[in-house]
Design a protein around this ligand. Structure first.
Ligand SMILES: NC(=O)C1=CN([C@@H]2O[C@H](COP(=O)(O)OP(=O)(O)OC[C@H]3O[C@@H](n4cnc5c(N)ncnc54)[C@H](O)[C@@H]3O)[C@@H](O)[C@H]2O)C=CC1
Ligand SMILES: O=C(O)[C@@H]1CCC=N1
Length: 274
């Protein structure tokens, strides 16, 4: 393996692969090192035009030349793709699977029991360098391979190594799917802002800045989010009314239920697809 500039093949070039590739290029990786594969040009063209990475329609050829193979296809496609590339992994590249709900046991069975495999659960804010990922490696991974997996994810955001594979399903519930919860909340806030008379552009800009501001403040404060909320909430004031409405209507239970549904679905997918 080329330790300084490993060749990295992304199999699947959709939302998540594009987000990681885009973020990597803003970090210390070069377009020269990266090849993205997909059946059609629809996803590949923007990647070659925007980022200048190599592209190919041939998964097997890209895998045969790679030090690291990142599996970025839908979980439903993974078994078939694994079957197509298995014969081209004799040089034992590091495999990184981004797939939700596909356990290491299935990946090893489909690709080769002796391969070093890391499960990674990133999220789409990787594209702008503020991703959050959880990693879990099988016992075949060397320290050097763990470092490579970590350096790919660390170039696009924060990384947490997990003690148990099952915790990948918790990472999905918190950060893998998490951006969607906030996009939904933002959509609702924008629509209500418009309902109350703001123009859509202003409502959108103010909502985005508020979410960014809250996250940035939480990240840079030495107090917890509960205290930060208290500081917004004047007794007898406006925020208190909004928070009381959320509490009365079970916002906490809604989050718990949604996040449990999320990780339960990952476990179901493992039974259906793994
Ligand atoms: N979208 C997200 O926020 C996250 C997704 N993931 C995981 O990332 C993986 C990819 O998800 P998305 O990027 O959202 O899906 P997507 O549908 O946007 O991308 C899938 C890509 O695979 C390509 N593809 C389909 N068949 C192929 C084949 N036979 N060979 C090579 N490429 C093929 C498609 O052309 C497309 O480029 C999934 O396993 C998902 O669980 C993980 C974390 C977050
Ligand atoms: O919805 C999904 O299945 C993927 C995994 C985490 C985020 N998106």
């Amino acid at each position: 393996m080329n330790k300084t500039a490993p060749k990295i093949a992304f199999i699947g070039a959709g939302n998540m692969s594009s987000a990681v590739i885009g973020g990597m290029l803003k970090g210390h990786f070069s377009a020269e090192q990266i090849i993205a594969c997909a059946p059609s040009d629809k996803n590949l063209k923007p990647l070659s035009e925007q980022f200048g990475v190599h592209t190919d329609h041939d998964n097997a050829r890209a895998c045969a030349a790679a030090d690291v193979v990142v599996l970025g296809v839908k979980p439903q496609m993974l078994k078939q793709v694994a079957g197509d590339i298995k014969a081209h992994l004799a040089h034992k590249p590091l495999i990184i699977s981004l797939a939700a709900g596909i356990p290491l046991a299935s990946l090893s069975e489909w690709l080769g029991e002796d391969l070093a495999i890391v499960r990674s659960m990133p999220n789409t804010p990787s594209l702008v360098g503020v991703g959050a990922a959880g990693l879990y490696a099988n016992d075949n991974c060397s320290a050097e391979q763990r470092d490579i997996a970590e350096s790919i994810q660390a170039s696009v955001g924060i990384v947490k190594w997990l003690e148990e594979e099952a915790l990948i399903d918790s990472i999905i519930a918190v950060s893998g799917s998490g951006p969607a919860y906030f996009f939904l909340a933002m959509e609702a806030m924008i629509n209500e802002g418009v309902q109350q008379g703001l123009d859509r552009d202003s409502a959108t800009e103010l909502t985005i800045q508020t979410v960014l501001g809250a996250a940035t403040l939480a990240q840079n404060s030495n107090v917890d989010v509960l205290e930060l909320r208290r500081r917004v909430t004047s007794p007898g004031g406006t925020t208190a009314q909004a928070i009381a409405h959320f509490e009365e209507h079970g916002l906490r239970e809604l989050f718990s239920g949604a996040m449990q549904a999320c990780s339960n679905r990952a476990r179901e997918m493992a039974k259906e697809l793994g």
